[in-house]
Design a protein around this ligand. Structure first.
Ligand code: PMV
Length: 360
């Protein structure tokens, strides 16, 4: 089984029923993917740390059918998600010619509240893609080593949501061709955990839930606006250069360089949104207040705590385990008052997806 090799339609005797379950985490990008072309290919390479606490648990039941999809989130039918998943499955007809020979019931659960303002697409799409590749391996009895299995899962996941392609690996992952890594590819992400300095393996990510409201502009609309953004060409060059500086710093355990690039990337991402036509703003006043407090605390204490942002107002605080106690005290006293209902998610870099075995 090659990551891209077309699979085949099945004989009717091969059509079975069963279910598969995967738990897959979210990730936080240090160099951001923002802008795409062709079939969900990235305009620049990106790197992320894989999280642990924020994950999606997906059970996919399958039976002979005609490509129907039913989706339940926490036991409740979700017609909108079902339609999106159905569209995604249909879009995979070339990669998975057998997909229309089954009906699916997808039961999914996010470890974080749906309304937390945390994107579930990376964890959700990667969990689903892992179920599909796992099913394919069983159905076609095609031997595949782990490298090919996860590359294929990453490839399918990124067709659903670009950043999801990086969630199939623990530790850290790089997606997109970069001169710094010969194996890197636009079609799928590759693992970077082996090369990660140990200080980043247990890195903390405290996700401040500054606002839990729906984003006014979705990520896919945001990617689309990069097409006419006059700064886009310079941005893509800059992201390549930053990744070239960041990867050696991740290997060397150079916290300061990693922190500086990570913060610059977060602000660049939002600057690109503000420079789109039409311009838009996803930051909240409390996001800026929190950033100021982080900068002041770092200056006063010398502790290596850095921020980043996704496409939303919630601030991610990254720090090594050695300052965990001091960081938590600071977060509780100075930052939680800025969060909606005083809430945050205490996450950290994790080992990646887990296949949950089921009595089938
Ligand atoms: O995976 P998408 O299409 O939702 O895009 C995500 C983009 C960012 O989260 C803003 C950056 C990234 O690289 O994860």
């Amino acid at each position: 089984m090659q990551y891209k090799q077309p699979s085949r339609r099945l004989q009717s005797s091969e059509l079975t029923s069963g279910q598969l379950r995967w738990q897959s985490p979210s990730n936080i990008a240090l160099v951001k993917y923002w802008g795409k072309f062709g079939r969900q290919l990235p305009s620049n390479p990106s790197v992320s740390l894989t999280l642990e606490a924020a994950h999606t648990d997906t059970t996919m039941a399958y039976r002979p059918g005609r490509g129907g999809v039913e989706l339940l989130l926490d036991g409740d039918p979700q017609p909108d998600f079902a339609r999106r998943t159905q569209k995604y499955f249909t879009s995979l007809a070339e990669e998975l010619p057998w997909i229309a020979q089954f009906d699916f019931t997808v039961r999914t659960h996010n470890s974080f509240p749906h309304s937390a303002g945390i994107a579930s697409s990376a964890s959700g799409m990667s969990a689903l893609a892992l179920c599909l590749v796992d099913l394919e391996r069983q159905l076609t009895k095609s031997p595949s080593d782990d490298t090919v299995f996860f590359r294929r899962a990453s490839h399918l996941a990124r067709l659903g949501s670009g950043s999801a392609g990086r969630s199939v690996y623990g530790g850290a992952a790089v997606w997109g061709k970069t001169s710094g890594l010969s194996q890197s590819d636009d079609e799928y992400a590759i693992p970077f955990s082996e090369e990660l300095h140990p200080i980043f393996r247990g890195f903390h990510d405290a996700i401040l839930l500054i606002s839990r409201s729906e984003k006014s502009v979705s990520s896919s609309a945001g990617h689309g606006l990069m097409e006419d953004n006059p700064y886009a060409p310079a941005r893509f060059t800059q992201a390549r250069q930053r990744l070239n500086h960041l990867l050696p710093a991740l290997r060397a355990g150079d916290l300061e360089t990693v922190g500086e690039i990570t913060e610059a990337e977060a602000l660049t991402l939002h600057a690109l949104m503000m420079a789109s036509a039409p311009p838009y703003l996803l930051l909240e006043p409390n996001t800026l207040t929190a950033i100021r407090r982080v900068q002041t605390w770092r200056k006063e204490t010398g502790h290596p705590l850095y921020f980043t942002l996704d496409a939303g107002p919630n601030l991610h605080l990254l720090y090594p385990d050695i300052i965990a106690e001091a960081a938590k005290t600071f977060i509780r006293s100075e930052l939680l008052p800025l969060c909606q209902e005083g809430r945050y998610i205490a996450d950290r870099v994790g080992p990646g997806p887990v296949r949950v075995s089921m009595l089938e």
